[in-house]
Structure formats: C-alpha cells, structure tokens
Design a protein around this ligand. Structure first.
Ligand SMILES: NC(=O)c1ccc[n+]([C@@H]2O[C@H](COP(=O)([O-])OP(=O)(O)OC[C@H]3O[C@@H](n4cnc5c(N)ncnc54)[C@H](OP(=O)(O)O)[C@@H]3O)[C@@H](O)[C@H]2O)c1
Length: 317
C-alpha cells in the first residue's frame, strides 16, 4: 500500500491543469474512441512529464477506458502525483454503495486515500454525500467535490457539507470555448464567490477544437464530430491568429482560454507532447480583448454542444 506524502485536507489544492484519463485503456478502446492506441510505456512517459512540469494531477473514474483506465492510473501514478477519482451513482440508492465502490477504487490505486473524490452525478445527493462525509472524516478522502451539478444542486450539496463542517472543494462540470452554459447560468460566479474551485472537463471538446489533419485516422469521435468541425474553420482561424501572439497552437489556445478565466482545465492527454503543450498553454494568459474575440468567433459558428446536458438523462432524484 503506497503511503501518501500529503495527508492533510487541502482546500488550497488548486492545480494549474489536470490530465484527463478518459481515453486511457486497451488497444481496441483507444482505436475505436480516438483512432489510435497508445502503449502504457508512452502513458508512463506522459505521467513523468506531468510530474516534471508540475501538473501531477490525474482525473479518473471507474468507467474510463471501459474500466481499464483507472487501474492504469493506479499502476503508473506514483506518490508524487495527485489522484482525482469519482463515485458514479446509478439506479436506486443502496446504503453503503459509495463506501463499497470507494474501497475498490483504493485497490485500483494501491493507496490508502484519494486526494479529491467527486460525486459524479447529482443522484440522491444527500445519501451519497453523507457516505462521502464519513470517508472524509476517516481521512480516506482528502477533498470532496461534485460533478455535473447545476447551481441549485451545488447549493444543496454545499449546505449539506456546511452542516458537517466540511468545505466543498470543487465543481467539475463541462466547460469550453464552445459551451459556456455554466458561466451564463451564474454557476461559475457562485464558485468564485464561495472560493470553490471549478474544474472544466473536455476543454478540447474531445478533439473538436483540434483542427483535422490530412492523415487523420478514423475513430468514433472523429466521425461523430466531422460535420461540426467543418463549421469551426472560422474559429480555428481566429484561434491561430491569437495563438501566434503567445506562441501557442490552436488546441493550446483552447486550454489557455479556460485557464485565463481562472478555471482549471482538464485535458485528455495520453502522450508526453500533449502534457508539454498543456503545461505551456497554462503558463500563458490571454488578454480580456483576446478572450472576447474568441468568444464572439465561437458563438458565430453556431455550433451547439450537448456537453453540459450529456448526463442529465441519468440523473435520478
Ligand atoms: N466529470 C465528468 O463527467 C467528465 C466527463 C467527461 C470527461 N471528463 C474528464 O475530462 C477529461 C478530458 O476529456 P476528454 O479526454 O474526453 O476530451 P478533451 O480533453 O476535450 O479532448 C481529448 C482529445 O484531444 C486530443 N489532444 C489532447 N492534447 C492535445 C494536444 N496538445 N494537441 C492536439 N490534440 C490534443 C486528444 O488526442 P489523442 O486522441 O491523440 O490522445 C483527444 O483526441 C477526461 O479525460 C476526464 O478526465 C469528466
């Protein structure tokens, strides 16, 4: 069992950026989802790069990589890394469900605690959070977060945690240049007002904010997004122009956009160069004028993203 270096609850644990591991999996999954397979050796190099560049934060969940992602995180991420994991509620609440799942997560990680543990969906919020509170009190969860919650649900979760004297660490929701729903609905301002960190998932819109290459391999994602990507060319052009001011490539502008707004970008990286580009992107800051220019170019494309609402069908009260 690996003993963690940092054992204290740490509300100041605000990463510059986070490595998403949704696509960490076996060869079949990699090829289907992303058009290519990346070996564990390459992913290990990506982990080492993240540690070297001081972004040693890895976001995972039991279902990532069709169940293969989380054990890979456990194998590759050492004591010099932070793990952000989740409980994904499904179906009717059964007492003890969070704890039972959490114990399996610890086995995957070979650790005795998790740095940040998120309630993945706003299902039976009270029951699930109470189990997380117990794990927090036992020192097994260092920080509690919530994911895919709307503002009303966030307020409810915060009230429950306030009642237990535990800070709400963060909200992990969908956010990108193409979908700023949670900003428009006041959730992000509410996080700022309450010193709650906001982690943005899919800042590259799962590859949509990466301009297509001529030799691009086919994948489910690329097929799904091909029509929308064609509409994004005018936005890519604005991103390229702004990127030149900062020596950033187009995908890096999407990452930098999120960090420049004071949010934490989670970016799906499987390769060392992607981690390097992420670290470089969040070291830059866009001006207010550049941010406005990007937002109007993004809105002008008319591309609508399902993102924020993608999981609402699975929410059970
Ligand atoms: N809380 C939630 O409900 C929730 C939901 C979804 C995702 N997430 C988290 O958010 C993370 C990010 O989402 P995601 O991985 O689905 O999508 P993403 O980060 O928006 O996009 C990943 C795609 O971007 C490409 N990419 C990464 N770095 C790049 C770079 N420097 N240059 C060009 N392309 C680059 C990847 O390429 P390759 O295919 O070549 O690797 C992949 O195709 C997930 O891994 C997960 O941790 C959370």
């Amino acid at each position: 069992m690996k003993e963690r270096i940092r054992q204290k609850a740490d509300i100041t644990l605000i990463p510059r950026a986070v490595i998403g591991t949704n696509a960490w999996g076996d060869a079949l999954y990699g090829k289907m989802l992303r058009g290519s397979h990346v070996s564990e050796d390459t992913m290990l190099e990506a982990v080492k790069t993240a540690v070297r560049l001081d972004i040693p934060f890895f976001d995972t969940a039991r279902d990532y990589g069709l169940g293969k992602g989380q054990p890979i995180v456990g194998r590759l991420c050492g004591n010099d890394t932070f793990i952000s994991a989740k409980y994904t509620p499904a179906g009717k609440y059964k007492k003890g469900q969070v704890k039972a799942s959490f114990e399996k997560d610890l086995k995957d990680f070979g650790r005795n605690c998790v740095d940040i543990y998120w309630l993945h969906l706003p299902n039976t919020i009270g029951n699930n959070l109470h189990e997380m509170i117990e794990l927090y009190r036992e020192g097994k969860i260092k920080n509690i977060g919530i994911s895919n919650f709307n503002l009303k649900e966030c307020k409810r979760a915060k009230a429950i945690l306030d009642g237990a004297g535990i800070p709400l660490y963060g909200v992990q929701n969908h956010y990108s240049l193409l979908d700023r729903k949670w900003e428009k609905e006041g959730l992000i301002d509410w996080c700022r007002e309450n010193s709650i960190s906001f982690w943005a998932w899919a800042v590259l819109e799962e590859g949509m904010l990466v301009p297509p290459k001529k030799d691009e391999k086919k994948s489910i994602m690329k097929l799904l997004f091909s029509r929308k990507r064609r509409k994004l060319y005018p936005l890519y052009k604005v991103m390229a122009t702004i990127g030149r001011n900062h020596r950033l490539k187009i995908p890096q502008v999407a990452m930098c956009y999120v960090s420049s707004k004071g949010l934490v970008p989670i970016c799906g990286c499987r390769k060392p160069y992607q981690v390097e580009e992420l670290a470089a992107a969040v070291s830059e800051k866009l001006s207010v004028a550049e941010i406005r220019q990007l937002e109007s170019a993004a809105d002008a494309t008319g591309v609508k993203i399902l993102g924020a609402d993608m999981f609402r069908f699975a929410v059970k009260k």
